[in-house]
Design a protein around this ligand. Structure first.
Ligand code: GTP
Ligand code: MG
Length: 320
């Protein structure tokens, strides 16, 4: 049996191999994804972002377990976790902590975990994250949790990849206001204040709720009146496993809203178009680069370095 067929049947080794091909941008990965594409589009993609150290990995760990198990209103679900790993060959180590924390997930057969090197990636996501998510969709996971690198910047990319974006804050990081400035609150569908076991969590939650309120009023003034989603603020403690039932319920509510409002379809389309545009850009660039005599480019860059030609005129010249 070939890789796409095995992936469709839930073969985890085949899935792991496919993810590696995609991560390394191998042609056989693209060929497999080509075959799998009709089977994508059904998973609920949940992005988890927020400042470094707010507890994203710990929360994802607990949340995955919560979402995988059946509760009063929900059946058991198959959950995949895709975590961006910022560790460089020089600093190493970063993932090791996550691995230890994720150990209880490894023993849970409903949950699949994968980390992905995100060195040099912008916006908190690795370049091929979108392709890996497509492969996970084809593998039939009901829910895909994607944890970004905690840069504390505005990780808007994740909001374009996910149906539901969780922004995770925590008291004591001293950057609540910082985060709001960087526009990270704007991308939140659900705001999580983690480390509720620490002092200052409740007041941080109140401050953030007030900021969201102001943001929502401003938005209401500028955009068309529609069934707007009101961003809830959820207090959790990943450490003490508190607030997970309520967070899972908020996620389900957002899922219901996405479907009722037409946002599910709109976000799904935007995601596909993003992926298509990126692949198109890469392809055009590669083709163009291949068609250029090497001497042309080196010469052009030389005159750029000497500041004889501006980047603008250089591009005009190369295309004329
Ligand atoms: N007190 C307390 N500590 C927590 C909680 N959740 C996570 N932590 C601790 O906070 C630290 C950071 O947790 P991580 O889960 O690695 O945070 P992260 O946001 O994934 O960090 P990066 O991936 O480096 O951005 C660890 O020492 C955790 O044990 C919590 O609910 N309460
Ligand atoms: Mg982490």
């Amino acid at each position: 049996m070939d890789i796409p067929e095995r992936v469709l049947q839930g073969d985890r080794l085949a899935l792991a191999r496919l993810l590696t091909w995609l991560e390394n941008d191998q042609p056989r990965g693209r060929a497999a994804l080509d075959a799998l594409f009709p089977h994508t589009g059904k998973s609920h993609i949940i992005g988890v972002t927020g400042p470094s150290g707010s507890g994203k990995s710990s929360l994802v760990n607990r949340l995955a377990l919560q979402l995988a198990q059946a509760d009063g209103s929900q059946p058991a679900r198959r959950v995949a976790v895709l975590a961006m790993d910022p560790s460089s060959p020089f600093s190493g180590g970063a993932l090791l902590g996550d691995r230890v924390r994720m150990r209880d997930l490894m023993e849970c057969p409903e949950i699949f975990i994968r980390s992905m090197a995100s060195r040099g990636a912008l916006g908190g996501l690795a370049r091929a994250a979108g392709e890996l998510v497509l492969a996970l969709e084809a593998a039939g996971f009901d829910i895909i949790l994607v944890e970004t690198v905690g840069a504390g910047q505005s990780e808007v990319d994740i909001a374009r990849l996910a149906h539901t974006t969780l922004v995770v804050e925590a008291p004591g990081l001293g950057d609540d206001i910082q985060a709001a400035k960087a526009g990270i609150l704007e991308i939140a569908d659900i705001l999580v204040v983690n480390k509720s076991d620490k002092s200052g969590a409740e007041s941080a939650a109140h401050t953030l709720a007030a900021m969201l309120e102001i943001g929502a009023e401003l938005k209401a003034e500028t955009s068309a009146p529609q069934a707007a989603w009101k961003v809830p603020v959820q207090l959790t403690s990943a450490l003490n496993r508190e607030g997970m039932v309520s967070l899972a319920a908020a996620i389900h509510e957002h899922f219901t809203w996405l479907n009722a409002s037409g946002e599910w379809e709109r976000r799904a389309q935007a995601r596909l178009e993003d992926l298509f545009n990126r692949l198109l850009r890469e392809r055009l660039y590669e083709d163009w680069q291949r068609s250029q005599p090497q001497a042309n480019l080196s010469e052009a860059l030389q005159s750029l370095r000497k500041r004889e030609t501006s980047p603008y005129s250089l591009i005009e010249r190369l295309f004329s």
